[in-house]
Design a protein around this ligand. Structure first.
Ligand code: CMP
Length: 136
């Protein structure tokens, strides 16, 4: 029984022309692309997506970054896809992420870290429901 996860290819990745590189990594891994849309977030949608972070000190600049240009949202599916994609992305801070991961290879920032991915079965359900309600 395959899982699904929500991935955001963030505005820094779109600006840098890395959308194809990032999607290609997921495709080559063998994950399926179930849905995809390009969109520019407004403030209220950013607050909903990052509900667990809205009160944190890093949130105001994160929100400015995430609403500052178009991003690409994907739903990926495959065996243990939530954990597999988290591994492929690397830890939050691009300076610390391991070589071979998306952030480790392509980001030097703790905020502009190219991708977001759901971190648990519960957050995947919540985030897919928010971004792609037609898939539920
Ligand atoms: P993401 O996986 O989308 O989840 C929350 C985001 O907040 C994270 O990636 C980073 O973009 C950002 N973030 C998390 N921690 C920090 C931090 N300490 N400083 C700046 N940005 C952060």
């Amino acid at each position: 029984p395959d899982e699904r996860t929500l991935v955001l290819i963030k505005p820094d990745a779109v600006r840098r022309g890395l959308v194809g590189e990032i999607i290609s990594r997921f495709e080559r891994k063998g994950l399926r692309l179930d849905a995809m849309v390009q969109r520019t977030l407004d403030e209220s949608f950013a607050d909903q997506h990052y509900a667990e972070h809205v009160d944190k000190p890093f949130y105001p600049p994160l929100k400015a970054f995430m609403t500052g240009g178009p991003l690409v949202a994907l739903v990926l599916s495959g065996d243990q896809v939530i954990e597999v994609v988290r591994g492929m992305i690397g830890v939050t801070d691009g300076r610390r992420a391991a070589a071979g991961t998306i952030r480790g290879d392509l980001s030097l920032s703790n905020r502009e870290n190219l991708v977001h991915a759901s971190d648990s079965v519960d957050s995947a359900k919540r985030e897919i429901g928010l971004w792609f309600p037609e898939l539920l």
